[in-house]
Ligand binder design. Sequence first.
Ligand code: ACO
Length: 175
Amino acid sequence: QDCLPSGYVVRPLARTDNQVRSNTSFLKTLEVLTTVGTISDQAYQQRFQYLKEHSDKYYIIVIEDMNVPATLAGSATSSTPNLVTPGRGKIVAAGTILVERKFIHELGLVGHIEDIAVSADQQGKKLGLRIIETLKAIGQQVGCYKVILDCSEKNVPFYEKCGFERKGVEMGWYV
Ligand code: ACO
């Protein structure tokens, strides 16, 4: 945890991380990337369960700021299903590495980094760097021969700082 601010921890995504604490949650953190939409607790739980059942393929990590005292979201009452656990912090950053299993390179593994997000008010504290370092370490540990990602031109300097270099061209087809 050496380059994280004091009280910040890196950990895997948890089943309860859709709960809103101090006005933030895993899903809110993702909103710096794009539209997240309305995701019910049940839908989150179903997706979390799927990811858990494929935990050799999907690794989602978050950074939690433990300095922030847990509060109930808005005017939530004790009957609110999204009750927070007192003493828990708030999610301030997130990232994913997806491990692809190939035939080439003698059944090689490729890590794909996706959905890197640092809350707007937490950017510039090296949290993004820490997320990427952790995902690279996971990729290396599971045996990936390379770790790749797609990003916009404006994020190229950030990924260069994280040890990545330009390779190929990104293309997309949107349905
Ligand atoms: N231009 C130039 N340098 C940058 C930029 C940038 N846009 N962003 C960060 N850096 C540099 C920092 O100055 C720092 O350099 P230093 O070590 O010399 O001081 C280094 O990169 C590390 O920066 P961090 O503080 O770790 O960056 P941060 O925590 O703000 O995270 C991120 C960067 C993830 C791009 C964040 O700004 C963010 O969430 N942006 C919105 C969402 C987004 O674009 N996510 C990436 C999508 S691509 C994908 O998911 C694969």
